[in-house]
Design a protein around this ligand. Sequence first.
Ligand SMILES: NC(=O)c1ccc[n+]([C@@H]2O[C@H](COP(=O)([O-])OP(=O)(O)OC[C@H]3O[C@@H](n4cnc5c(N)ncnc54)[C@H](O)[C@@H]3O)[C@@H](O)[C@H]2O)c1
Length: 246
Amino acid sequence: MSEKSRVVFITGAGSGFGRGLAQALDAKGDRLCLTDINGAALQETAAMLVGEPQCLTFDVSSEADFAEAITACVEHYGRLDAIVNNAGVGGPIRSIIETTEKDMDRYFAVNTKSVLFGMKHAIPVMLQRGGGIVLNVASMAGLNAAPGIGAYCAAKHAVVGLTKTAAIEFGAMGVRVNAICPFFVPTPLVMDIAEPKKLEGFTSQNPMKRMGTVEEIVNVMVAMLDPSSSYLNGQAIAVDGGFSSI
Ligand SMILES: NC(=O)c1ccc[n+]([C@@H]2O[C@H](COP(=O)([O-])OP(=O)(O)OC[C@H]3O[C@@H](n4cnc5c(N)ncnc54)[C@H](O)[C@@H]3O)[C@@H](O)[C@H]2O)c1
């Protein structure tokens, strides 16, 4: 891995998409700053890689801790080329009238504010080198209604709004900002909370009649992060088996 290979900062790298992306980018020779609230899971991801990633354990819902992690990454590698705001939480399936203020606060803190903090503290560093790439992990629930997960849906719609706004604010300065919007994939986030029957209800409505796989999402993330995708900006790309086209 040369000093020339780019540096990618990934949140939620201890599991699911974040872990899969770490493996894919490591195989391509990127230098990685892997972060998660779960330090043990992060070490498991690091052990799967050929390269030696920097590993930082912090909670993305703390702006101070997020800012400190970006600073630590830049001190370690001397640069930051891309950030993937991927960390997120799911929760129990509840209708709007069962949804609590606590639900809203949790989803907005971990799934939305974290995206603001990541962009706010990473983009200035990228601008110093003339540009960079931001990839925010939203959801098909960031584009469509999602009965039973209204608070999550609202938080992910907000991620799409932040993404499009940042893309317009920084596009002329060399930073491109996009979001990926996956349909259900059986990661711990989904499997730990969803009742199988309700999940079947969602997948039966999907044109492909199945959930996605981590690899299918990661493949698109890698393409969106590739320098050759240089005209892709301000988009919320659905990777959903056609669900959003219904
Ligand atoms: N799996 C799906 O079906 C699906 C679909 C659409 C979008 N998403 C989104 O994809 C992203 C990744 O989810 P996943 O499915 O890989 O889930 P996952 O549970 O496998 O991984 C999420 C990771 O985020 C970490 N994390 C949680 N809270 C954190 C916090 N406060 N600070 C730092 N790290 C924290 C967890 O420890 C975990 O390692 C999330 O933003 C999720 O909302 C998932």
